[in-house]
Design a protein around this ligand. Structure first.
Ligand SMILES: C[S@@+](CC[C@H](N)C(=O)[O-])C[C@H]1O[C@@H](n2cnc3c(N)ncnc32)[C@H](O)[C@@H]1O
Length: 223
């Protein structure tokens, strides 16, 4: 059986237990291998834009004897992956690439669950998802090789809530650490905006988010 890193385990834990699932930008293919090993009979896809990583994914599947059970696609995002996917997973890519891939999806995303672990531009991904009617159903943190990773499950029509709120609702054990770093980031951003003339766009929003985070940190101290 394949053993996932803490980072990928966190992603796997957010994938709905049933339905067809595709890992876009799969590279080594460990996640699809894990999914077929742990959910026999499930339709699982693995795609990558580059032939080298896709070959790497095939090799992993062969090593674990599951190559017949995974559909492999050489594809830019979802463009050449067919349809019928109930969940789309993307991890280890920048947030902008993820948003571009979703924007170019050749099928409607409304019924599709999205499990994402962006390496950058988290806020932009959140905003993009909100703009297309998706909200965060759950979020989790993973600490892997000294770096904190945020993963979340987004669903169409879900109530809008920030990543911090979704993590708070899930009582993530690493939440205080994450919020402290977020609060520091927001304070730096607010200081910069306050030094600018006028009322820069985003200042009010950043102050509100900082206030919510401070309240959550106080609440966590009482858990
Ligand atoms: C850093 S690896 C991440 C691998 C794995 N998902 C993980 O989290 O460990 C990123 C992979 O995404 C692929 N990729 C980048 N842009 C892509 C796109 N537009 N469509 C599909 N794959 C893409 C790259 O070729 C690379 O193999």
């Amino acid at each position: 059986m394949v053993r996932l890193s803490d980072r990928l385990s966190c992603v796997a834990g957010l994938i709905p237990p049933e339905g067809a699932v595709i890992d876009v930008g799969t590279d080594h293919g460990f996640l699809p291998v894990y999914l077929v090993e742990n959910c026999p009979g499930r339709r699982v896809g693995a795609s990558d834009i580059n032939p080298g990583p896709l070959a790497h994914a095939r090799e992993s599947a062969e090593r674990y004897g599951v190559e017949e059970r995974i559909e492999f696609y050489l594809s830019d995002g979802l463009a050449s992956c067919g349809a019928g996917w109930d969940a789309v997973v993307m991890a280890g890519m920048g947030g902008e690439t993820m948003a571009d891939i979703l924007a170019a999806a050749p099928f409607p995303l409304e019924g599709v669950k999205l499990v994402l672990q962006p390496q950058s531009k988290l806020r932009e991904v959140e905003r993009y998802l909100e703009g297309i009617g998706f909200g965060l159903s759950a979020a989790r943190l993973a600490l892997d090789a000294g770096r904190m990773y945020v993963s979340f499950l987004a669903s169409f029509g879900e109530r809008s809530r920030s990543l911090a709120e979704a993590l708070f609702e899930g009582r993530d054990p690493r939440l205080f650490e994450y919020l402290a770093a977020e609060a520091a980031r927001l304070r730096r951003a607010i200081d910069g905006m306050e030094r600018a003339h006028g009322t820069p766009e985003g200042l009010l929003e950043a102050r509100e988010e900082l206030s919510r985070i401070n309240t959550m940190m106080e609440e966590i101290k009482r858990w």
